[in-house]
Design a protein around this ligand. Sequence first.
Ligand code: PHE
Length: 372
Amino acid sequence: MYSVPKLKSFTEAALDKAVEKLLAALKEEASAIKTEAEWKTFRDRWMARKNGVLTEINDLWLKAAPKEAKREVGQRVNQLKALVEEAVAKAEDLPAHGSAADSPKAATDSLDVTLPGNRRPLGSEHPVIKTMHEIVSVFRNLGYSVEEGPVIETDYYNFEALNFPPNHPARDTQDTLFISNQESKPQRERLLLRTHTSPVQIRTMEKMKPPVRIVIPGKVHRNDPPDASHSPMFHQVEGLAVDTNITFCDLKGTLDHAMKVLFGSSVKTSFRPSFFPFTEPSAEMMVSCFICGGSGKRGSEPCRPCKQTGWIEILGCGMVDPNVYGFVDYDPKKVSGFAFGMGADRIAILKYGVDDIQLFFNGDVRFLEQFG
Ligand code: PHE
């Protein structure tokens, strides 16, 4: 049986001879194949990664070739690879194979079409993405359009244009993950992982004149160590409405409606003063606990999701700070607006009664397929 020789000389004539011998052996072995088992042996002998003829010519001819012959030998080895592959493929189809059942081709010819096919499991929407879609669709039904922006942001969009001046302590609340090696750039161009979806407010107002009504779903990052309620990567849905004569009443009415659609028509909302540099006044919105109905108790047990308070904090919001309009060339004397941002993962946790945010992201299909 043919075995790959070491080459003593790498001249063209020597290569011609070696190639010729190899091809003759290939042809002879291919024509002797009768059964599927023989074909497999043939295939492996020539193509197996370990000790196959192709591997051997690579090692004994190409790798051993002196520098000046490498190109020539390389070309021939490539040609041989193509020829061997072709011969192996052709041999699989040979009609001359032994009994019908024995031949690889016959196996496909006698396919029983009445057998059930291979069922591929259907995927399903991830619970967090599903929740984001639900939130987005509530606002789409109110006439909002959808905007998105980059997850890797500049300092300018994540902070400066949102009225966080350089070195302002409000930046500390954001636990920012910065991209390294940015020191040579001016501060506003330095890259970071966006800590909220609010930069897309700015990006949208830069390219669109009022009236603006948008929702912004997206991924955000903060330097929070992972635990049952924190993940360094999570999701927000942001909203922005800017027009003439928009008031805090519009904000309250819009969000109250959205919460009733999301959590059921009996939930109440409550607004408490808060602070964000890009809204003034700012508020945190609470929703009455839809698990215990606002009582803080489940039977004689304390209600955990609302920590017995009857209220669950769901989002931050406020009237767009006039300083922000200065960054996007809107006239604060003519327009007003509101903005809000909510954590989609948190809402998914509450909606589905999940007790650990990590479950969403560690990829266990047994957990995820429950939401299909
Ligand atoms: N971006 C804020 C945060 O992530 C939430 C927010 C959005 C607050 C819009 C007010 C208006 O903390």
